[in-house]
Design a protein around this ligand. Structure first.
Ligand code: GLN
Length: 447
C-alpha cells in the first residue's frame, strides 16, 4: 500500500487517480496482514486495486468523471467491488475516466485528461484511461474498469496492458453508474491474463440486485488456463486490407497470425458483411439509452444544481447545461432525437433489428471458429487534442471494439507488440457468449 501510494503521488502529473483512500487502505492492509498470519486471508489478500470513477464504493465519492456529480458520495458498494473486498483486496482509490464513460481518449473528463505513461503527449485511451495508466505506470496491482463499446480494451491496448470485457450480464451491474444499460459491462485491467481470470472469477455470477445478471455458474477461470489441441481462428479480413488500419498495427496482427499457423492452428480470413452497420447501430442505441439514463441528473436529486435557476424549468435546463460536458450533452440530444415520436421507428427500432442481425452474424462465425482475432484499435495511442478535432474519426476508431458489446460476447485485448516508436499495439481475441473459460486459456497461451 505504501509503495503504491508513493507511486501515485510521484506520478500525479499523469492524473490517473482522482482520489486515494490512504488511511483506509493502510488500516485494511493491517487487518489483511493479521488474517494472513492466522491463515484466514481471502484469495486476493494484498491485492491493491484501483476502481474507475463510475463504480460505487460506500462512503467514497463517485463523480463519473462529471461535474454534475461533484461532491456526491456513494450510498452503497457495487457488487463487483464488494466481492473483491470480501476476498481481502484493498481499494486504493478511484480513477479518472471520460464523463459517464463517453469517450475514447479520457479528454471528456471534467477533471482533466489522463496522460499516457508511454508518451505523455499522447492519450491513454478511454473511457477507462485512468484505470489503464494506473496499471501501466504501476500505481496499483490491477484496476477495475467498465466497457460499453471498448472502454476497457482500447485503453489497455494504448497502454500496453491486458483488458478483459466479459460477456454481457456475466458480472452484476449493481453499483455501476449507467451509460448504456444493454451494453455496459465491468472488467479488469491487469498486467497478465492470469490476474484477469482470477478477478473475473471473483466478480462474476448471480446477484439479486441486478435482474439482468446471468445465474449461470461461474467456472474457476484461473484454474484452467491451458489449451488442448489445435484451434480454428478467424481474423477480420478487412483489418489487414483496409487503409484505415495503421501499418504498425497490421504488422503485429500478421506476426500473431503467423505464429499461430506455425504452431499448428488454423487461421483464416473471415468476412463480416454487416461491419458497416456496427458503428451506426452502436451509436444509435447507446445514445438512446444514455439520454434515458442521464435524465436522473436533473439538479433535483443528485449533485450539481445551478445557482442561477429561478423556476423548475430553468433548474433542469441550467443544471444540466452547466453540469454536463459537451460530449454528454451532444449524445443526450442525439438519443432524444432517435427516440422521438417521428423518428423512433426509423432509427431506434431499426437499430434494434440490425443488432439482432449482427448478433446472428457473429454466432454463425462461432459455429465454425473457436476464436476471432482483430486489432483492438486501428492505430496506436494518438496525440492529445486530436479526438475533439474530428468526432467522426473518433467514432470510427471504435470499429473493432463495439461489435463485442453489440453482440454481448466476451473479448480480451492483449499487448502483443509495439510500433517502431515503441508504442504498444493491442490485439483482441473474441469468443462465443459465456465462453470466458476458453477465451482466457487461449489468451494465456497467446500472451
Ligand atoms: N468510445 C466508446 C464510446 O464513447 C466506448 C465507451 C465505453 O466503452 N464506455 O461510446
Amino acid at each position: 500500500v505504501e509503495y503504491y501510494l508513493d507511486r501515485i503521488e510521484s506520478t500525479s502529473h499523469l492524473n490517473a487517480f482522482l482520489a486515494t483512500y490512504a488511511d483506509e487502505a493502510r488500516s485494511r492492509a493491517a487487518k489483511v496482514d493479521a488474517r494472513l498470519a492466522n491463515g484466514t486471508a481471502g484469495r486476493l489478500a494484498g491485492m491493491v486495486i484501483g476502481i474507475k470513477d463510475l463504480l460505487c464504493y460506500a462512503g467514497h465519492g463517485v463523480h463519473g468523471g462529471s461535474k454534475i456529480l461533484e461532491g456526491f458520495v456513494s450510498q452503497f458498494t457495487a457488487t463487483a467491488i464488494q466481492r473483491l473486498i470480501d476476498e481481502d483486496a484493498i481499494i486504493i482509490g478511484r480513477q479518472n475516466c471520460d464523463e459517464f464513460g463517453m469517450g475514447s481518449s479520457n479528454e471528456n473528463s471534467a477533471y482533466g485528461p489522463t496522460l499516457n505513461a508511454a508518451d505523455t503527449t499522447r492519450v491513454p485511451g478511454g473511457s477507462s484511461g485512468g484505470s489503464a495508466v494506473a496499471v501501466q505506470a504501476d500505481l496499483c496491482f490491477a484496476s477495475i474498469g467498465t466497457d460499453t463499446g471498448g472502454s476497457v480494451r482500447q485503453p489497455a491496448a494504448f497502454c500496453g496492458v491486458v483488458g478483459l470485457k466479459p460477456s454481457y450480464s456475466r458480472v452484476s451491474r449493481w453499483g455501476l453508474l449507467a451509460y448504456a444499460s444493454s451494453f455496459d459491462t465491468i472488467g479488469p485491467i491487469t498486467r497478465c491474463v492470469e490476474d484477469a481470470a482470477l478477478l473475473l472469477e471473483i466478480m462474476a455470477g448471480g446477484d439479486e440486485q441486478d435482474s439482468t445478471v446471468s445465474q449461470w455458474p461461474v467456472p474457476s477461470y484461473s484454474q484452467y488456463l491451458s489449451i488442448d489441441g489445435s484451434k480454428k481462428i478467424g481474423y477480420f479480413r478487412e483489418s489487414l486490407d483496409s487503409e484505415g488500419v495503421d501499418e504498425s498495427v497490421k504488422a503485429v496482427l500478421r506476426q500473431s497470425i503467423e505464429r499461430l499457423r506455425q504452431e499448428g492452428h488454423t487461421v483464416e480470413p473471415v468476412e463480416f458483411p454487416l461491419a458497416h452497420y456496427y458503428l451506426p447501430t452502436y451509436y444509435i442505441l447507446t445514445t438512446a439509452e444514455v439520454s434515458s439514463n442521464l435524465s436522473r441528473y436533473d439538479g433535483v436529486r443528485y449533485g450539481y444544481r445551478s445557482p442561477k435557476a429561478h423556476d423548475l424549468d430553468s433548474l433542469y435546463r441550467l443544471s444540466r447545461t452547466e453540469g454536463l460536458g459537451a460530449e454528454a450533452r451532444k449524445r443526450i440530444l442525439l438519443g432524444t432525437f432517435v427516440l422521438s415520436a417521428n423518428y423512433y421507428d426509423a432509427y431506434y427500432t431499426k437499430a434494434q433489428r440490425v443488432r439482432r442481425l449482427i448478433k446472428e452474424e457473429i454466432e454463425r462465425h462461432f459455429q465454425e471458429y473457436d476464436f476471432l482475432l482483430y486489432p483492438t484499435t486501428p492505430s496506436v495511442a494518438f496525440p492529445l487534442g486530436e479526438e475533439n478535432s474530428d468526432p467522426i474519426k473518433t467514432f470510427l476508431a471504435d470499429i473493432f471494439t463495439v461489435q463485442a458489446n453489440v453482440t454481448g460476447v466476451p473479448a480480451i485485448s492483449l499487448p502483443l507488440g509495439t510500433d517502431e516508436q515503441g508504442l504498444p499495439v493491442g490485439i483482441q481475441v473474441l469468443a462465443g457468449a459465456f465462453q470466458e473459460e476458453k477465451l482466457l486459456a487461449f489468451a494465456r497461451y497467446l500472451e
